[in-house]
Design a protein around this ligand. Structure first.
Ligand code: 5GP
Ligand code: ZN
Length: 115
């Protein structure tokens, strides 16, 4: 399923073109337009699902693909010291784009607990 009103579905379709850093048959990874760390990449499934739970329920193997793609991005970006994966889920948690996306953050010291 794709949604022409969904920004990340449009990125998957290639218009407007995002800054792609990694791609598989099921996932696309591109740089966040407003980076919160030296490396800030978003990994999305090519199919439209509104959040992590919806993706996990519908296509569990693609949920695993997101994590594998994130690990590949981290390796390519030289984040051997560690990186953070974030899935903001729901408006109250700060989700603003309702096409599930895995944030890959790294290249600086990380705070815990997160804000
Ligand atoms: P959320 O707040 O939903 O977890 O994350 C949405 C992310 O999408 C934000 O980090 C935001 O900076 C990013 N974003 C929003 N619009 C665009 C865009 O047009 N291009 C890119 N590359 N990232 C975007
Ligand atoms: Zn979408």
């Amino acid at each position: 399923m794709t949604d022409s009103d969904c920004l990340f579905c449009r990125f998957v379709a290639g218009e407007p073109a995002p800054d792609v850093v990694h791609e598989t048959a099921t996932t696309l990874a591109f740089r966040d337009i407003n980076p919160q760390a030296p490396t800030h990449v978003l990994v999305v499934p090519k199919a439209h699902h509104r959040d992590a739970a919806a993706l996990a329920a519908a296509e569990p193997a693609v949920m695993a693909d997101l994590v594998a793609s994130a690990a590949e991005v981290a390796r390519a970006e030289g984040l051997g010291d560690g990186y953070r994966l974030v899935l903001n889920t729901g408006e109250g948690a700060g989700q603003t784009v309702f096409h599930v996306h895995l944030h890959v953050l790294g290249g600086r010291a990380m705070q815990w607990p997160p804000g």
